[in-house]
Design a protein around this ligand. Structure first.
Ligand code: X2W
Length: 287
């Protein structure tokens, strides 16, 4: 009995692998930017699983590029230090004091935790921020927000150099300014969109903690044209935190990203489900 069940499991595994072949062929050599948000990160086990999915992508010939957030981790350290922090339209009001904490947490703690997890899974990850090789140069997004950056110049050759050398870039959304010595805090979705746009990536996967973009009846819309997204923002169906995400998606598609997917990063193997199965996951936005 036990033997039979095991056989059935092995057969299902073999079938799954076999069904993944056309997807592996389709994505071989593709550039896939994965935004890993702080809310999608979870515990060590979830982190290890994310890391192993990224390593699997690299193994089958995809060039994964990880751009991460870490909002909840920034909140934790700001709280410990007794520094108050507020959000305006989804972005953190960032003082000179705050931006130092943001850089320490994102470029230090969060970036290295992801790098370590990918390396533990057998990959070769290298952690950088938007400052390295002037990858992302910003100007102030809005005077009300302080040191929050809007990317104005992208130099993505460093990313191509890394992935062509077999490495997996892991990027913290901290950037340099036009003037000397300036540091900007960049929203993780904004950074991922700008990087994917500059790379003309095949896919931008925005991993979050919701199942996708929902319609008026609360159902996840699996596939959307940019015009439909714009209409849903205009009539209020898309609201709150989903606005900056969908706006990032629209901009990325405009800049030449082939498709953007907003999906729930807490679902086990979310990225593999999206890339290597017929069903996909979350909401896909493309022209
Ligand atoms: C974000 C950067 C981190 C981030 C912040 O300070 O929280 C701005 O709001 P998640 O986990 O992806 O939300 N920056 C300007 O985006 O993290």
């Amino acid at each position: 009995m036990r033997k039979q069940n095991m056989n059935r499991d092995f057969m299902a595994t073999a079938r799954t692998l076999s069904e993944a072949l056309p997807y592996m062929q389709r994505y071989s050599g593709a550039v896939v930017v994965v935004k890993f948000g702080g809310n999608a990160m979870g515990d060590d086990e979830a982190m290890a699983e994310f890391a192993s999915d990224i390593v699997l992508m690299k193994q089958v010939g995809i060039h994964p590029v990880v751009v991460h957030g870490g909002g909840p981790m920034i909140n934790d350290l700001l709280n410990k230090l007794g520094i108050e922090s507020n959000f305006v339209r989804g972005k953190r009001v960032t003082t000179r004091e705050t931006v130092e904490v943001v850089e320490m947490v994102l470029s230090g703690l969060v970036n290295k935790r992801i790098v370590q997890a990918i390396n533990d899974a057998g990959g070769r990850a290298v952690g950088i921020s938007g400052k390295d090789d002037d990858l992302m140069v910003c100007e102030a997004d809005d005077p009300e927000l302080g040191f929050v950056g809007r990317p104005v110049e992208m130099n993505v050759q460093i990313i191509r150099d890394l992935y062509n050398a077999g490495l997996i870039p892991v990027i913290a959304p901290v950037a340099t300014g036009m003037a000397d010595n300036e540091t900007f805090n960049v929203n993780g979705d904004t950074a991922a969109g700008a990087i994917a746009g500059a790379l003309k990536a095949d896919r931008l996967l925005l991993l979050t903690d919701v199942s996708g973009v929902k319609d008026a009846s609360g159902e996840v819309v699996t596939s959307m044209h940019p015009d439909q997204v714009k209409a849903m923002i205009a009539d209020g169906t898309i609201a709150g935190g989903m606005i900056p995400k969908t706006e990032t998606a629209l901009k990325a598609v405009e800049e030449g990203v082939r498709a953007v997917v907003i999906l729930d990063g807490r679902v086990p193997n979310a990225t593999l489900l999206e890339l290597f199965t017929e069903h996909g996951a979350g909401s896909l936005i493309r022209t």
